[in-house]
Ligand binder design. Structure first.
Ligand SMILES: C[C@](O)(CO)[C@H](O)COP(=O)(O)OP(=O)(O)OC[C@H]1O[C@@H](n2ccc(N)nc2=O)[C@H](O)[C@@H]1O
Ligand SMILES: Nc1ncnc2c1ncn2[C@@H]1O[C@H](COP(=O)(O)OP(=O)(O)OP(=O)(O)O)[C@@H](O)[C@H]1O
Length: 282
């Protein structure tokens, strides 16, 4: 068996998400605070000499060639004129369409993993720029630092914030990000602010009211979780989350949720699991 590189692709939370406006290309100007959680998909990479990219795991509803892992791998290969390829396996744990960035995180782990495996030495900055062409959330995963994000989510300022334990509940619906951003009822006029000021009052998720209207399952899950902790939507959903001072308290609440509302408990982190693992490789 050839050497296999195993790397995590962790989830993110949007601790708040403010929509400031809409650009001419349809994308929205945001201010959001990203933090990682220690809960992740796992990717395995093995070198191929023939230049082929082969993802051996099938994701329901996603064609091989449109999987963000394959797209990220090919993009890196083409940009660097690299003649090497890879066999890739994915252990999918993050709910898809959950607002915790699973696809974007898979793409970022692929960019960083293959950059290492193919010994390309592309800078993290260049990989983040490349990643942005795959999705607005990819750069923060490439950088791996909790960050205040502006622009469409690509202008990142690293922040050091508290690292609570999170309970993340997963309503059993998949939300299309594009559909929420296209909703005429979405408010797009939150005034720009500073991260310190928003942290003082807590901020909000501007997508939440539209998502609650379209998805009663998510509204009901928020009502339920709010009985235990101040709960909020991440990204455009479907996942909702609340913060706790320790694991025990988070698990206690998780144990009280009905079986129809699956959840997981994980530690918040200002440095992503991926970057902690990569740090130990160099
Ligand atoms: C909602 C967030 O998850 C918050 O972190 C991100 O802004 C979305 O990031 P993402 O899933 O990587 O988004 P993309 O794949 O780039 O875009 C999906 C769709 O969301 C809309 N979109 C996304 C990001 C943004 N700043 N404005 C948008 O209007 C666009 O209609 C786009 O067609
Ligand atoms: N490797 C992948 N993992 C998950 N989804 C993928 C992947 N490749 C392509 N996709 C597509 O991307 C869509 C969004 O998936 P993802 O899990 O990233 O949603 P999300 O967590 O809501 O993302 P975000 O928070 O960035 O909006 C999926 O429904 C799927 O069609």
């Amino acid at each position: 068996m050839k050497d296999v590189l195993t790397l995590p692709a962790p989830a993110k939370l949007n601790l708040f998400l403010h929509i400031l406006g809409r650009r001419d290309d349809g994308y929205h100007e945001l201010q959001t605070l990203f933090q990682f959680v220690d809960y992740a998909d796992e990717l395995k990479f093995a070198l191929r000499d023939d230049g082929q990219i082969r993802l051996h795991t099938v994701l329901p509803g996603v064609e091989h060639d449109s999987n963000l892992i394959v797209r990220a791998a090919r993009l890196l290969q083409q940009t660097t004129h690299c003649s090497l390829g890879a066999d890739i396996w994915l252990d999918k744990r993050l709910p898809m369409g959950g607002g915790i960035g699973g696809g974007s995180s898979n793409a970022a782990t692929t960019l960083l993993g293959l950059n290492y495996l193919w010994k390309l030495n592309v800078s993290e900055e260049a990989l983040a720029e490349l990643g942005l062409t795959l999705g607005a959330d990819v750069p923060v995963f490439v950088r791996g630092k909790a960050a205040w994000a502006e622009g469409i989510g690509e202008r990142l300022t690293p922040v050091e914030i508290e690292e609570p334990w999170y309970l993340v509940a997963v309503p059993q619906v998949s939300v299309s990000t594009a559909e929420i951003f296209n909703d005429p009822l979405l408010t797009r006029d939150t005034p720009p602010s500073k991260v310190r000021l928003v942290l003082e009052w807590g901020g909000r998720n501007d997508c939440q009211s539209v998502v609650e209207k379209r998805y009663p399952e998510i509204r009901n899950a928020l009502i339920l979780l709010n009985k235990f902790v101040s709960a909020r939507l991440t990204g455009t959903g479907s996942c909702i989350f609340g913060g706790f001072p320790n694991q025990t308290e988070a698990v206690k609440v998780a144990d009280q949720l009905p079986a129809t509302l699956p959840s997981f408990v994980a530690k918040g982190s200002n440095t992503s699991m991926l970057h902690r693992k990569l740090g130990s490789l160099f």
